[in-house]
Design a protein around this ligand. Structure first.
Ligand code: COA
Length: 326
């Protein structure tokens, strides 16, 4: 089977910064509470008139530029998102149109904060089977438009952004060595958006009940997240016959600092092996891993031959990992 490798990374963060101090002005919260519980100081907020597909396109352009790939060469676009421009059509189709990638097939993947790793798996398999030669995999979210700004338990945690990678066939050691995807649908109610789908179609009463906004039971999510992130990371290491010490970098979903520190401790990783930018962006769901990857890559933290592990957990529940030889 052909191995798929990442040949370019890109990311885009909206300009507007919303700090914890800004939140104190309209919410019963404090910078001290938010930072001590989550490690978040600020998050980005998309501008009016800026949509998820726009964020995705900016990130895609940067990844394509690094990869030296033109829009005409892209065979497939997969977008991991739960905050697309519309419920349908797929945001990937809007991205395809905006990029002018007229030869590309396009679809979205809905796996919440695991969306990018799920999308990476889908893109990788098209390369592995020879169906596609250039695949754009994107994680893009505008969470600030589905959080309830009256709910201090949740709205302080999330932010907007996009990250992208270009996949191509590998002719050497570099490439995606494994992916492991999991789900447990029995936990759907612990982290979800109640409206407006077929269960709760759009209605004034639903709006009154704040159904279109994200709901979460934070404590429950926290416990399962730490366990699942460490289990799926260990699964990847064992499947490849390597140990945590062999990792150059763990790039986990940036949910919050306490989850990441607890996961790193369980895995026995040193601080410098764990990439963290949650302080600046909060939880950007499906976008967080490709944003972090692009920052690590552009900062020169990754060298040829390095082992990098992506580790994600999110609503569904879903959780997933991907081990990459850089
Ligand atoms: N500012 C101030 N106080 C807040 C607050 C905020 N933004 N949000 C909640 N509180 C209050 C609560 O109302 C509660 O007050 P009470 O005791 O008077 O009822 C108190 O703080 C403690 O709430 P609790 O939920 O027990 O806090 P916590 O220590 O568990 O931290 C989270 C809450 C959300 C930070 C934590 O549960 C968490 O990180 N969960 C995982 C969330 C996550 O990452 N989800 C995405 C996964 S992909």
């Amino acid at each position: 089977m052909i191995k798929a490798r990442i040949i370019g990374t890109g990311s885009y963060l909206p300009e507007k910064i919303l700090t914890n101090i800004d939140l104190e002005k309209f919410l019963d919260t404090s910078d001290e509470w938010i930072f001590s519980r989550t490690g978040i100081r600020e998050r980005r907020v998309a501008a009016a008139g800026e949509y998820t597909s726009d964020l995705a396109v900016h990130a895609a352009h940067r990844a394509m530029e690094m990869a030296g790939v033109t829009a005409a060469e892209i065979d497939l676009i997969v977008v991991g998102t739960i905050t697309g421009d519309f419920p349908w059509p797929a945001t990937a189709c809007l991205v395809q149109h905006k990029l002018g990638a007229t030869q590309a097939a396009a679809f979205d993947i809905s796996a919440a904060c695991s969306g990018f790793v799920y999308a990476l798996d889908a893109g990788m398999r098209q390369i592995q089977t020879g169906v596609a030669r250039r695949v754009l995999v994107i994680g893009a979210e505008i969470l600030t438009r589905i959080v309830d700004w009256q709910d201090r338990n949740t709205c302080v945690l999330f932010g907007d952004g996009a990250g992208a990678v270009v996949l191509a066939p590998s002719d050497g050691e570099a490439g995606i060595l494994s992916t492991h995807l999991h789900a447990d649908g029995s936990c759907w109610e612990l982290l979800y958006q109640a409206g407006f789908g077929s269960r709760n179609p759009a209605s004034p009463e639903g709006l009154e009940a704040r159904l279109p906004f994200l709901k979460m039971q934070g404590n429950e999510v926290f416990k399962v997240a730490v366990r699942s992130l460490s289990e799926v990371a260990n699964e990847a290491l064992e499947a490849n016959g390597v140990t945590a010490a062999d990792l150059r970098l763990l790039i986990p979903h940036q949910a919050n600092r306490r989850i990441l520190e607890a996961t790193a401790k369980r895995l026995g990783l040193a601080d410098e092996q764990v990439f963290m930018n949650v302080e600046r962006y909060g939880n950007t769901s499906g976008a967080s891993i490709p944003i972090a990857l692009d920052e690590a890559n552009r900062a020169g933290l990754l060298r040829e031959g390095d082992l990098v592990l992506f580790d994600a957990f999110g609503g569904g529940f879903t959780w997933a990992s991907a081990l990459v030889r850089w």
